[in-house]
Design a protein around this ligand. Structure first.
Ligand code: P1T
Length: 381
């Protein structure tokens, strides 16, 4: 089944009881049993719920995998994946990650005796040097949030495998429509399905996806034991989102390209991060492992002034000033004071995340209007 067909049909059967074409919202906490421990596959909704099952099957199919465990947020999924490890284990992670991912690693899991190193993963020798005898997981985002660097999944997964470490890819920015990390050798994919998968800024949801029987069994165990599960209505909303993922992503990619080109040619703009540009340092890797360059763009101003950067975010008429990304509507934000404020400033600067960086989530509105909006705001600073 091709992607667009799977997006609409995978995991979704007409309702057995009524024939309803849409998966019902099974808004129930428990299920009646005919005898103790005899039931129709579901006993309690923390352990399983049919609406959640439909979403999990759908997301697994889109990533080309057998298994998906859905969580109540992207952070819930990340939390569950890290719980595959034990005290003393080391995680080698990219140095350009969503601020919340850095925060849970350092502020939560270091307390439990896990250790983390954050490195520039674009260079093979860095990754090889970063592996320690107790490295059990290699963690990457690609494209990265918010600098849109690209990490070579196949290269990292090979190094991870040789070291006996699991390779995890946060595929939130690319989505399975543009990039399938498991087919490139990764062991686990995580998503903030809050973003492109849901696609309408109306749900917080996460997923961890794998093709490995043993990892899946452990993830389902953690899912039901820790209990960060999404409610049935949220699963329904995410399922409704996946049905149009392929169509939305095409427009996100088209619009982001136009916006990035406009910004790159603007006299007040210093540097534009967009993996679709030939001069992007990781363009060749992006072209190799992605089928499009995504809907995210970040940039700095020539006027290296944090106040000007912040002011710009308030002057937009269509782009909304808000955290998050991946919805149909365009968003603008200032990572240093918003999504990445949990990173100490020196850590941010070391990884190249400047105080003046502005991030755009380019929506699927008319690109001319988006460009006009950026133009009028840039004129005012
Ligand atoms: O917000 P939540 O669904 O818990 O997902 C966390 C998360 C995980 N991974 C990546 C790459 C992310 O970007 C996020 C959340 N990011 C934002 C809210 C943001 O504005 O960048």
């Amino acid at each position: 089944m091709k992607f667009g067909t799977a997006a609409i049909h995978a995991g979704q059967e007409p309702d057995i009881a009524t024939g309803a074409i849409m998966t019902p919202i099974y808004q129930t906490s428990t299920y009646v049993q005919s005898e103790p421990a005899v039931h129709k596959g579901y006993d309690y909704s923390r352990a399983g719920n049919p609406t959640r099952t439909a979403l999990e099957k759908n997301l697994a199919a889109l990533e080309g995998a057998k298994y998906c465990a859905a969580f109540s947020s992207g952070m819930g999924a990340i939390d569950a994946v890290i719980k595959l490890l034990k005290t003393g284990d080391h995680v080698l992670a990219g140095n350009d990650l969503y601020g919340g991912t850095y925060r849970i690693f350092v502020k939560v899991f270091e307390q439990f005796g896990l250790s983390f190193d954050f490195i520039d993963m674009s260079k093979e020798e860095n990754v090889r040097k970063g592996i320690k005898p107790d490295t059990k997981m290699v963690w990457m985002e690609t494209p990265t949030n918010p600098l849109l660097r690209i990490v070579d999944i196949e290269m990292i997964a090979t190094i991870g495998r040789e070291a006996g470490a699991l390779t995890v890819v946060d595929n939130t920015f690319a989505t399975p429509f543009l990039q399938r990390p498991l087919s490139l050798g990764a062991d686990i994919v995580v998503h903030s399905a809050t973003k492109y998968v849901g696609g309408h800024s109306d749900v917080i949801l996460g997923a961890a996806i794998t093709d490995d029987d043993e990892i899946a069994e452990k993830l389902y165990f953690i899912q039901k034991s820790s209990g960060a599960v999404p409610g049935p209505f949220d699963c329904f909303l995410a399922l409704r989102g996946t049905k149009t993922l392929h169509v939305r992503m095409e427009r996100h990619c088209e619009n982001a390209k136009k916006v990035a080109e406009f910004l790159a040619a603007h006299p007040k703009v210093h540097h534009v991060n967009y993996p679709g540009f030939k001069f992007h340092p990781n363009h060749a890797v992006a072209a190799k492992q992605m089928s499009g360059f995504g809907g995210m763009v970040s940039f700095t101003l020539k006027n290296d002034d944090i106040d000007a950067a912040k002011k710009l975010t308030t002057l937009m008429k269509i782009f909304a000033l808000a955290e998050s990304l991946g919805g149909v509507e365009s968003l603008i934000e200032h990572p240093a004071s918003m999504t990445h404020s949990s990173l100490p400033r020196e850590v941010r600067l070391r990884s190249g995340l400047e105080d003046t960086l502005i991030r755009l989530s380019v929506g699927i509105e008319d690109a001319d209007d988006l460009i006009e909006d950026l133009k009028q705001a840039l004129e005012q600073i």
